[in-house]
Structure formats: C-alpha cells, structure tokens
Design a binder for this molecule. Structure first.
Ligand SMILES: Cc1cc2nc3c(=O)[nH]c(=O)nc-3n(C[C@H](O)[C@H](O)[C@H](O)COP(=O)(O)OP(=O)(O)OC[C@H]3O[C@@H](n4cnc5c(N)ncnc54)[C@H](O)[C@@H]3O)c2cc1C
Length: 351
C-alpha cells in the first residue's frame, strides 16, 4: 500500500539537507503501487521527482510544483543459481544499499563488498553506476525492471542496455523512468572477497593487490577508510552532510593530461582506449588553491575538512549557497587548468 506523506521540506529527506517543500510526497511501499502511482503522476503532466535516499541530489529552495514519489518497496530474494558458485539475487528498489551489502557479506556472497558504506537505495544504484575501491555496480548487476517515461511501458533491461560508464548510464544521460527492482549476480567464494582491486584496501589490510580476504575484513576496512574521509553518513560527523563527491574525476585526452604537472595523478580511464586519461578532481581542486574547509565569506556551504571533493552544508545553507561554492570551484579549476569539472549529483529544480 502506498502512503501519502504530508509535504515537508526536502531538506529533511536529502543528505545535503537543502531543498524546499514540494506539492506532494508519496511513499510507494510495493512495486505495483510504485508503478501505478508513477504512471498516474506522468499522465497528469505534473513535474515529478523519484526520490530514493536523497544522497545524490541538490534540490532547489523553490519546488512547490513538484510531486515527489519516494521509492520504498522492500525485499531481497535469491532468484536462481547459475551454477554451483554463482547466485542471482533480486532486490527491490527501496532497499537501502548498504543494508543489502551487509546482507550479502553475511550470506558469504562476493561482488559488492568494496561498495560497503555507499549511502542511498538499490534502485538508484544503477543510475550513476555507483562505485568505490575498485568495484562498480556494472561488475555484478545483470538486469533490472524499468518503467519507461517516454512509452509508459514496463521492460526488463539487461546490463548492456544501460550502457554503463564511469558514474554514468543511459538513464543518467537522459532516459528517464523508474527502476522497480535490480538483479545481481554474486559469487560464493568460500567467504572470500573478489580479488582486491584497491591499493587502499590492500595497504590497510597488509595484503597484496589481487589477494582475496574475508568479506567481513573488506567491509570493515572500507567502512573505516570511508569514515576517515567523511564518506559514510554519520550524524556525529558534520563532514558527511554532503552528496559525497561533488565532482566526477575528469576524463581528458592524453594530450591534455600531458600538459599537466608531473605530480598530477593520471589513471587509466574506464574507456580503455589508450587515448583518454582519468584525472583526480580532488588534486585539481587542491592545486587550484582551494583547501579543505574553504568557504566563501558569509556562506554556510564549505569544502569538507576531510576531503576536497565534497561540499558540505555546515548548517542552514540554502541550495543556492551550495551551487555558488560549486561554481566557484569550477571557475578556479578551469582558470588554472582549462578543465571543466562536472558535478556528480543531480541538480533538481534549478532552471
Ligand atoms: C557521504 C556520501 C558518500 C557517497 N559515496 C559514494 C561513492 O563512494 N560512490 C558512488 O558512486 N556514490 C557515492 N555517493 C552518492 C550516492 O550515494 C549514490 O549516487 C547513490 O546511489 C544515491 O542513491 P539515492 O537512493 O540516495 O538516490 P537519490 O539521491 O534519491 O537519487 C539520485 C538520482 O536517481 C534517481 N532515482 C532514485 N531512485 C530511482 C529509481 N528507483 N529509479 C530510477 N531513478 C531513481 C533520482 O531521481 C535522482 O535522479 C555518496 C553520497 C554521500 C552522501
């Protein structure tokens, strides 16, 4: 059954704690209700927003015409065994991502353990192909159910249909719709993780890259590493009042990368074409002269004191203040390096 919620500021439902009061907030508790209610809203022609955990959006201060559909359908069920070691699990969109990761770790299923601590819902996870510490959603997601905004049809989309890229998917690039459930293929590896693909986890655990360690050890290490950077939501950590990374790491041509100082970190890009290079947005920001904790005079938005890539609401900031700081960072980086930083969060209700 769906539950209408008395409208209140979206600041209360988003991790950045900004956003005005919409016309309606409607909590859909089942897949069928999510579909039925969303189709009704679409047919009305009203402005709409799908809200998961609200951890990857900056909502404008003025959104009184918006009808918000809050995705709250729950459930985790194994659907089939592909063979002796591979299991396919279906997860309803409203499940909390990290609760799902914890569930898989407890069940001895490998594949998403390095993505422990990422906030938000399972339904939003394919939108920007979430990832951290050497794992990405696209490594283990196999298919999902999608209600297409353009056609109003319900379809099963395979991973290849989503054209995943780095923090990107066909949905994020402009194919709006609702994800109602997601299926993952996970592995039984006798309680061990996938081979480690993160120098940070390997160093923390004192093992070599590529080693396999217990799923619990990977999860504990990741949660510890993330907390140090303000990257797990913790009401006692003011640096976690954010959207996580505010900018994606830019992917530039090899020529542009060669024009940067030698100490600028340069990584192989996921494009894997030998022509592009991934840069560190945090390095660019720091080397454009913006330090941790920086804020524009009088503003309540600041750069996190733990991580240059996060913008935080230090208390009572408006959405406008958050975006002013983001634009300031973009201009400084562009002036110094000629590189445009692209915001990672979804900007809702800004014209
Ligand atoms: C402290 C912190 C750390 C973070 N660290 C990481 C990280 O390490 N890696 C990473 O990739 N991200 C990270 N993020 C970003 C964020 O956690 C992810 O993008 C997450 O998937 C967002 O989930 P959500 O449910 O909160 O989405 P929301 O913010 O509610 O929505 C995000 C977008 O997805 C759409 N959406 C939501 N639900 C659905 C659905 N069911 N169907 C279709 N569209 C939907 C929304 O309309 C919106 O456009 C971090 C954020 C924070 C605050």
């Amino acid at each position: 059954m769906a539950t209408p919620v008395t409208p209140h500021p979206l600041a209360d439902l988003t991790s950045m704690r900004v956003g005005g009061t919409p016309a309606e907030i409607y909590a859909a508790k089942t897949r069928d209700d999510l579909i039925e209610h969303t189709l009704n809203v679409w047919r009305s022609g009203d402005d709409w927003l799908l809200l998961g955990g609200g951890t990857n959006m900056v909502v404008a201060d003025n959104v009184e015409n918006l009808r918000v559909i809050k995705v709250e359908n729950m459930g985790i069920e194994p659907v089939r065994n592909k063979d002796e070691t591979r299991v396919v699990v279906r997860v309803q969109a409203g499940e909390n991502w990290d609760d799902f990761v914890a569930h898989t770790v407890k069940a001895g299923l490998a594949g998403i353990e390095a993505m422990s601590g990422i906030p938000g819902t399972v339904g939003a996870s394919p939108v920007q192909n979430i990832g951290a510490y050497g794992q990405e959603l696209s490594d283990s997601m196999v298919r999902l159910e999608f209600v297409d905004y353009e056609t109003h049809e319900i379809a099963i989309l395979e991973a290849k249909d989503l054209q995943f890229g780095y923090r990107d998917s066909a949905i994020k690039r402009g194919r709006p719709g609702v994800i109602t459930w997601v299926e993952f293929e996970l592995q039984k590896l006798d309680g061990l993780s996938r081979p480690l693909y993160s120098t940070q986890i390997a160093a923390d655990l004192g093992v070599a890259m590529g080693a396999q360690v217990s799923l619990e050890a990977v999860r504990a290490s990741v949660l510890k590493l993330r907390a140090r950077k303000g990257m797990v939501i913790d009401e006692n950590d003011p640096d976690s009042v954010s959207c996580g990374s505010f900018f994606t790491n830019p992917i530039v041509s090899d020529r542009v990368a060669r024009g940067l100082p030698d100490d600028a970190p340069k990584y192989e890009s996921e494009e894997d074409d030998g022509l592009t290079v991934k840069l560190s947005a945090a390095w660019l920001i720091e080397n454009a002269g913006i330090e941790k904790g920086f804020r524009i005079a009088g503003s309540r938005a600041a750069i996190s004191s733990k991580h240059t890539l996060a913008i935080v609401n230090t208390g009572g900031a408006t959405a406008t203040e958050i975006l002013q700081l983001a634009e300031y960072v973009q201009v400084r980086v562009s002036n110094k390096f000629g590189i445009n930083l692209v915001p990672e969060p979804n900007l809702i209700g800004f014209i």
